[in-house]
Each structure stands twice: as structure tokens, then as C-alpha cells.
Design a protein around this ligand. Sequence first.
Ligand code: PMV
Length: 337
Amino acid sequence: MNLLQNFSAFRPHEFTTGWRSPSNIAFVKYWGKKGHQIPANPSLSMTLKECVTETKVSFTPSDTMKVELFLDGVKEDKFAAKIEKYLLTLTDIPELKKVSYSIHTKNTFPHGTGIASSASGLSAFALCLTEFLGAKEEDFYKTASFLSRLASGSACRSVYGGFTSWGDESDYYASPFIVHPDFAHLKDSVLIVSSEEKSISSTAGHGRMSVHPFAEARFIQAKDNYQKMASALTTGDLEEMGRILESEALSLHAMMMTSPEAYTLLRPNTIAAMEMIWAFRRETKLPLYFTLDAGPNLHLIYPESHQHKIKTFISHELSKFAQRVIEDERGEGPAKC
Ligand code: PMV
């Protein structure tokens, strides 16, 4: 299934647009791929509201491809080179090589906080590109998701609000996932344990799964967790959702620790906070759960209905393990800007 073939006759023209697109947090993790950006297992995520990238792109027909990128008004050649490399992979649309791209981008979350900007940043750019290509209205978000995936796997889930799945209906693009009304107002307080740059990138981490002795067992577990998570989210089973959420976070990090070239992105404060969350849950029976991205920072997931007591616990107890806490929640997805 190659949605880019729809644009093989595309001809460049002068065009300017802008999109704001959010980050997402995976409830079932994508970790390991087959071939070029095809996930080894299905994943499911919640789109965030506050952690957003705003990107404006001016496209101008040109003899050769040129890409310039400004992050917060500052020219960033490293990011421009990444976008150029990505655009060169889109060989089904040869005319994209005859365009000059001027990109102005900014994140609503401060750079270097430990929140990955690849899902929001690359989906924002892909949405601009989808509009430039003139995708039909009915295929617009599917195409944007397809293009986002080719830039960064998890970015393909950011083009829809609420919950999104990828690798179930299709490996090539993500789809909206409808959940029980009890999950309509989930909060995500992000405990920034460390804002240092990751020592091992996600791309390198995915790569290590191809030689991992437990890879097949992990993919079986992830497929099983996907089914269980999908069922819990559909039926409104908060406890089961939380159990799978934490199992997925711990499995992701266990894969890193048990890969032939072992490493860990967890920090002592990540573990201390996890233990405190478990104790809090045992004592209060309140539905506070955590998950982790490929990094040391904990995403604390809980329903809005319990936010008062849980936020008090976060600010009085858990915040001592963090440099800062970013308040986020389930969001509505991208919008033009
Ligand atoms: O999209 P990538 O290649 O940065 O990989 C993301 C992997 C995780 O964030 C750890 C999990 C996920 O599904 O988002």
C-alpha cells in the first residue's frame, strides 16, 4: 500500500501553509521495525494537548532541492539536513526534488526538557507537505500519517486527536481509536527526571531489536498487550489499562537493558518515583499509573475525576524526584495555524 503513488504526477507551485501538531505518548509501545519504518507490532497512543510543535513552510519551485530551517528564529542546519534526507527518500514524488523549502518551527515545550519533539515536529512538517501535495480531503490525514511515518514511526500517530492505533488496521498509517467515555479526560503529568540528551537514540534502540535474543517474545507480548489494552480502553477498564500501561513501559526498558549491547536510560530518580507510585496506589487505591518513553521521564496517567488528590501527591511527594513537571492531557489533534 503506497499512498505516495497518488502524487506521482505532482507539479510544484508556490505555496505557504502552517500546522500545529502535538506529541503523543504510547500506551502500547512501538519498539523494533521490519524493513523501512514498518512496525514489528501494533501500538496505541494518546495524543497530547500542550506539547505541540508549530511549523510554517514556504514551498517555492526551484531547479534543485534546498532546505532551510529556523527553530525559534535560529537557523538550524542539522535539522534542515534531516528534513532534506527525509525528502530525498520520497522517490515516488520525484518533483519534490525541485522545490526550495523554507521552514519556521517552534515548540510550545522548551527545547531540552526531555520531551521528544520528533513526533510533533515531524507530523507538523508532514501535514504541511500533505497540503502542498494537494491530498484529497477524504485521504488527507491518512496521507499525512503515511508521510509522518516515513519521517519517524511514532509521528504517524500524532495526526489524530484522542487515541490512535498503528499496525492493527494498517502498518502504513495510523487510525483513530475510539475509547470509552471514561477515558475522555485522561491527564498526563510529565515528571522530568532528567533533561539531558539521550545517550542512545530511538533509531539506534530500534536497530538493536534486530539482534535481540528476546525480540520475538517481546513482539508476541506487545501484540497480546495491544489486544488487552484495546479491550480495556473500549470497555472502560481503568485498572487493566494501568496494568498494561506499566507492563509496556517496563518491557520497553527491559529490552534496552537486555540487548546484546546493554544500556539503560532509567535514572535512580525514575526508579524511586516508580516505587513511590506503587506504594501510593497500594495505600490509597487511587488510579495513578505511569509510563515511560525511550528516556528517564515518567508520564503520570490518571483520570481527571481524581486529579485533586493525585496532583497534591505529585507536587508534595513525586516532584522531589523531578527537575520540573509539565502538565498535559489528552488533546484534540493537529490544527492549521
Ligand atoms: O518514532 P521513533 O522511531 O522515535 O520511536 C519511538 C519509540 C517509543 O517512543 C519508545 C515508543 C512509541 O511507540 O512511541
